[in-house]
Design a protein around this ligand. Structure first.
Ligand SMILES: [Zn+2]
Length: 138
């Protein structure tokens, strides 16, 4: 792999927007998903490793899942009480259809959040920061 181009880290908003568009959070060019929810390991354009640690992304996946569900719970709490099977079915459809329809966008956002966190934490063992460190030959 010859990635001689350097890619500056984009501002937070750009990185998150790229994730929502299901593109690489760093360069905004490479596709995140191979098919379904299968992600590419690296960006085809800038060679960014998308998931350094699966657990990190999982945390953001859970966050981006739970926030929409919270709206449903809030709706129930603040007086929307489906009575009868038709309105109950409608209520759960209104909750779950947008959740399922935006699965890839939310996973893209989760990957982008993970990327932003990696940039902020500047963990020296992360290859993101390996290039910016003063070189100490091994
Ligand atoms: Zn990229």
């Amino acid at each position: 792999m010859t990635s001689t181009k350097t890619h500056p880290n984009p501002p937070l908003k750009v990185a998150l927007f790229n994730g929502l568009r299901r593109r690489c959070p760093r360069c905004g060019e490479g596709q995140l998903f191979r098919r379904g929810l299968k992600t590419h390991e690296r960006c085809s354009e800038c060679n960014l490793l998308f998931q350094r640690d699966y657990g990190d992304t999982l945390m953001f996946m859970i966050i981006t899942d739970r926030i929409p569900i919270l709206f449903g719970i809030a709706a129930l709490y603040f007086g929307i009480h489906p009575n009868g099977w038709a309105s109950t079915v409608f209520f759960f459809a209104a909750l779950s259809v947008p959740l399922l329809a935006t699965l890839r966008e939310r996973q893209g956002l989760a990957l982008a959040l993970d990327y932003v966190l990696r940039v902020k934490l500047s963990d020296p063992s992360d290859e993101l920061h390996a290039a910016s460190l003063p070189s100490h030959s091994a």
